[in-house]
Design a protein around this ligand. Structure first.
Ligand code: TXA
Ligand code: MG
Length: 319
């Protein structure tokens, strides 16, 4: 595929070397993962971290996820426990992020973790990011590659739309298979999900053989990603909609509506995994088509539906 923009490059050996060189030089690179595209930078470099926060317009209080190839460099940065060992073995590399206590000797820049004494770590699966992580001697701090509070990008052109030429290299690794951000689980105490994702609470409970704590009842803002307004397409989003108002973009599951002009199906056969993968793509498309409002039909809340509802509800808080 020919890339439409000059700073987007297809993945090959030369681009791999170029990306590594940039990361070593404390530059920021747009990179694909299996969940969403990220803005990668050296987690040990103050300068790189500063650039990430500045590019995203991200509040200093919102910590970044630190990405690793495998366990090699992890021990110096965090204190692991048995919950982590079980979940790592079962799900990694993959779309899950673990919050653990920070090791005192950790070289992670303190601003990257918003001066907290915990670190969120992840082992992404996408082959592009893995081939980069394998070849560098530092982990990558990598938030989703969108402006703060906006919709995460699921292909390289989305990243370009967000940052234009402000980042010098975006690697095209195709469309993200999963399409929503990783599950974030806090393992510093009795495990609890902070951000639902494709790996569901149920799967985690099965692996750990325990019931997780309900995090949503916790009043304290433990994960700043739980900020109410987030993943916003920039136009009003109404949830649990029954009837089309005649002018808004109507997003739903199934194939009931034949007209494709105003009706957008997340999945023709109501498959929730497919629906998650299409959600952000459809948000962007609708915005581009000039709709002023989005109506979303009720989406089941079980399994992956929990993560979809989480994103939709946050998107709906845009005023
Ligand atoms: O799938 C993903 O996780 C993507 C890809 C690029 O890896 N990354 C991503 O990063 O979604 P970001 O920065 O958009 O979201 C990170 C989430 C935020 O909700 C943040 O508050 C939470 O992780 N987080 C990071 N460090 C944390 C910590 N120490 N304690 C609690 N929550 C933390
Ligand atoms: Mg994000």
């Amino acid at each position: 595929m020919k890339n439409s923009y000059s700073n987007i490059s297809n993945f090959n050996k030369k681009i791999l070397e170029k990306a590594i060189k940039k990361l070593k030089n404390k530059d920021i690179v747009g990179l694909p993962t299996e969940t969403v595209y990220g803005l990668g930078g050296n987690a040990y470099s103050k300068n790189s971290i500063k650039k990430i926060f500045r590019l995203k317009g991200r509040p200093q209080t919102n910590p970044l996820i630190i990405h690793y190839y495998d366990l090699r460099y992890v021990f110096n940065d965090v204190i692991i426990n048995n919950y982590f060992k079980v979940l790592y073995k079962k799900f990694c590399p993959g779309p899950i992020t673990f919050v653990l206590k920070k090791n005192k000797n950790s070289k992670i820049d303190s601003k990257a973790v918003a001066n907290l004494n915990t670190v969120a770590i992840r082992f992404p699966k996408h082959k592009v990011i893995r081939s980069i992580l394998k070849k560098i001697k530092f982990p990558l701090a990598m938030p989703s590659a969108n402006k703060s509070s906006k919709v995460s990008p699921v292909n390289s052109n989305d990243v370009f739309e967000e940052f234009k030429q402000k980042i010098k290299l975006i690697i095209n690794g195709g469309k993200c298979k999963i399409g929503i951000e990783s599950t974030v689980i806090d393992l510093t105490d009795h495990p609890k999900v902070l951000r639902p994702g494709i790996i569901s609470q149920n799967q985690i409970e099965k692996a750990l053989k325990i019931k997780l704590r309900k995090s949503f009842k916790n009043k304290k803002l433990i994960s700043p990603g739980m900020m109410k307004k987030h993943y916003s397409p920039g136009i009003p989003v109404l949830t649990n909609q029954k009837r089309h108002d005649g002018k808004s973009a109507f997003i739903y599951l199934g194939n009931k509506h034949k007209s494709k002009r105003k009706f957008f199906s997340l999945s023709k056969n109501s498959n929730l995994t497919e629906a998650a993968a299409n959600l952000y793509k459809i948000f962007r498309l609708v915005k581009k088509r000039g709709f002023m409002k989005i109506q979303i039909a009720k989406i089941p809340k079980f399994g992956i539906g929990e993560a979809i509802n989480d994103r939709i509800n946050r998107a709906s808080r845009f005023k």
